[in-house]
Design a protein around this ligand. Structure first.
Ligand code: ASC
Length: 153
């Protein structure tokens, strides 16, 4: 019983400290984690962007759900850019500058998250015009960070 209790505590400790400074068993896990979070975020953002661009019909409920997903996902990648996760055995376009210019990288990450909050709020109103007004700044924040910190293919 004592053993079980300490196992539960250990698991809780790992879980609770995860977001601030994520721990991964190996660099590949961190790389996969951040790529997965960004992929799911981009899929959800892209779904709403396609509506704003008139490529697919506007559906307020889907837009609001997708924007909420995107905002949630925008919080997850950053803990997976820890020291020692620069390279693994799977391809990564993360530039070394992420680790040598952390202050700037964090600034871009925070900017994107705050634009996502506004984007999600806009989507909640159900107005395509509000969504359109908030979208550009989100896309711009993605691009600014990619230009500085993502290697070209
Ligand atoms: C997206 C997506 C990005 C950004 C970027 C904006 O939908 O997947 O990486 O927007 O293209 O410039």
């Amino acid at each position: 019983m004592k053993k079980f209790a300490s196992l539960v505590l250990a698991c809780a400790a790992v879980t609770l400290t995860m977001p601030a400074s994520a721990q991964f068993a190996k660099p590949d896990d961190a790389i996969k984690y951040r790529q997965s979070a960004l992929f799911i975020m981009a899929q959800n953002f892209g779904r709403v962007a396609a509506m704003a661009q008139g490529k697919v019909p506007f559906d307020a409920k889907t837009a609001a759900e997708s924007a909420a997903n995107a905002e949630f996902m925008s919080k997850l990648p950053w803990g997976a850019f820890g020291e020692g996760t620069e390279k693994g055995s799977i391809p990564t376009r993360a530039k070394a500058e992420i680790w040598t210019d952390k202050a700037k990288f964090n600034e871009y990450a925070e900017k994107m998250q705050s634009e996502m909050v506004k984007f999600n709020a806009a989507a909640k109103t159900g107005s395509l015009d509000n969504i359109k007004a908030a979208m550009g700044a989100v896309g711009g924040s993605c691009k600014a960070c990619h230009d500085a910190f993502q290697a070209k293919l």
